[in-house]
Ligand binder design. Structure first.
Ligand SMILES: Nc1ncnc2c1ncn2[C@@H]1O[C@H](COP(=O)(O)OP(=O)(O)OP(=O)(O)O)[C@@H](O)[C@H]1O
Length: 316
C-alpha cells in the first residue's frame, strides 16, 4: 500500500535578486521541480541532496506546511494542506528548528499534554511511552524541564513526542545533526528498530553518511528540485562508478600483471599490486587471473565508502 504519492510535485518561490547597486528584481525559483515519489508502508527512505536541493521544501509539502505550486500529492490517502488536521493524527514530524515540547515543562508533562491533544487512550499511550523510555533511555531526564535538556536529550524527547499518537509515517529532518556520539547512536538504534518492525514508514533527510549506511534501505537523491537517483545503496554504488579496490601480495612481483576490462592497476610496489575495479568488473575473474600467475600470498577486497559515492553523485 502506498502511503505517499506525488506526481510532478512543484514548489516555486518568488525571490528578490540584486541587479546592480540599487536595483532589485523579482525572480521565480523552483525549489521542487517535478518530483514523482511513491513510498510504501513500512519503508525507511533516505531523502538526500546537497544544500538547497529542495529536501525541506518537499517535506513541508508532504506534511501540509506548504502549499504546492503544482502537481499532486497524497499522504496516507489525504491531501496535506486542506486535510492537515486529519493528517496530523497519521504522521509524526521531527524538524530540528521546530519543537513540539513545552519549553518550561518537564518532558513527562509534555508527553501527558500530547496524550490529551491527540486523545490517545491511556493504555496505548503508556505502552508507547514505555517503549520509548526503554529504547531511548529517557528516564534520567523525564522530570527535567525541556529548556534544561541537552540537544541530544531533547531530540530523544522530540522523537518520543512524535510517536506517542502512533503515526503511520514519521518525517525527520536531520535527526542527528549536532548530537553527541551517545545520542546519535541512541537515535539511530531506535530508528533502525522502528524501521525493522515495519509498521511505521520513515522518511528522513540527513547529511550524515553514517545515518544513511545504518538506516536507509532506499535512497532518493534530489538536486535542483529534481530526483536524480531512486534506489538502494547498491544501485547507487553501481550507477556512480564507485570503485572496489583489490590489494594483492605475491611472493615475488609478477612480471606481467593481468589486463582485464574494467580493471586498472593502480600501483605496483614490490610484490604488492593494487587494482581498482569499475562497477561492472568482476572480482572473481580478477582473482582467477591472479591465482593463475602462481605465488599469490594474500588478497583483500575493499568495498567503496558511501561517502565517496555520495560525493561523486553530487559532483555529477
Ligand atoms: N521561503 C522561501 N523563500 C524563498 N526561497 C526559499 C524558501 N524556502 C526555500 N527556498 C529556496 O528553495 C531552495 C530549496 O530549499 P530547501 O530548504 O528545500 O533545501 P534543502 O535541500 O532542504 O537544503 P538544506 O540541506 O540546506 O537544508 C533553496 O534555493 C532555498 O533558498
Amino acid at each position: 500500500m502506498n502511503v505517499i504519492e506525488t506526481r510532478e510535485l512543484r514548489k516555486e518561490f518568488s525571490v528578490r535578486v540584486r541587479r546592480g547597486l540599487l536595483r532589485r528584481e523579482r525572480r521565480t525559483v523552483a525549489a521542487v521541480d517535478g518530483v514523482d515519489l511513491t513510498v510504501q508502508r513500512g519503508e525507511l527512505l533516505g531523502y538526500l541532496g546537497p544544500n538547497g536541493a529542495g529536501k525541506s521544501t518537499t517535506l513541508k509539502m508532504l506534511t501540509g506546511v506548504l502549499h504546492p505550486s503544482g502537481g499532486r500529492v497524497t499522504v496516507c490517502g489525504l491531501t496535506p494542506v486542506p486535510q492537515r488536521i486529519q493528517l496530523a493524527r497519521r504522521i509524526g514530524v521531527v524538524f530540528g528548528q521546530r519543537s513540539q515540547l513545552w519549553w518550561d515543562l518537564p518532558l513527562r508533562d509534555s508527553f501527558e499534554l500530547l496524550r490529551h491533544i491527540y486523545r490517545v487512550p491511556g493504555g496505548e499511550h503508556a505502552a508507547r511511552l514505555r517503549r520509548c523510555r526503554d529504547l531511548l533511555d529517557l528516564d534520567e531526564f523525564l522530570d527535567t524541564p525541556v529548556r534544561q535538556l541537552s540537544l541530544g536529550q531533547r531530540m530523544r524527547g522530540e522523537l518520543t513526542a512524535a510517536l506517542l499518537h502512533g503515526p503511520q509515517i514519521l518525517f525527520l529532518d536531520e535527526p542527528t545533526i549536532g548530537l553527541d556520539v551517545v545520542s546519535k547512536q541512541a537515535v539511530r538504534g531506535f530508528l533502525a528498530e522502528l524501521g525493522e518492525r515495519g509498521d511505521t514508514t520513515i522518511v528522513l533527510t540527513t547529511h550524515d553518511l553514517a545515518d544513511i549506511e545504518r538506516l536507509c534501505r532506499r535512497i532518493v537523491v534530489i538536486d535542483h528540485g529534481r530526483v536524480v537517483h531512486d534506489g538502494g545503496i547498491d544501485a547507487l554504488h553501481a550507477r556512480y562508478g564507485s570503485q572496489r579496490r583489490v590489494v594483492v601480495d605475491f611472493d615475488v612481483a609478477p612480471a606481467a600483471p593481468p589486463v582485464l576490462p574494467g580493471v586498472h592497476l593502480e600501483s605496483a610496489t614490490g610484490p604488492r599490486l593494487v587494482f581498482t575495479l569499475d562497477g561492472s568488473a568482476s572480482v572473481g575473474t580478477l582473482v582467477s587471473a591472479l591465482t593463475a600467475l602462481g605465488g599469490l600470498r594474500d588478497l583483500s577486497v575493499a568495498e567503496p565508502e558511501i561517502e565517496e559515492v555520495i560525493a561523486r553523485l553530487y559532483r555529477h
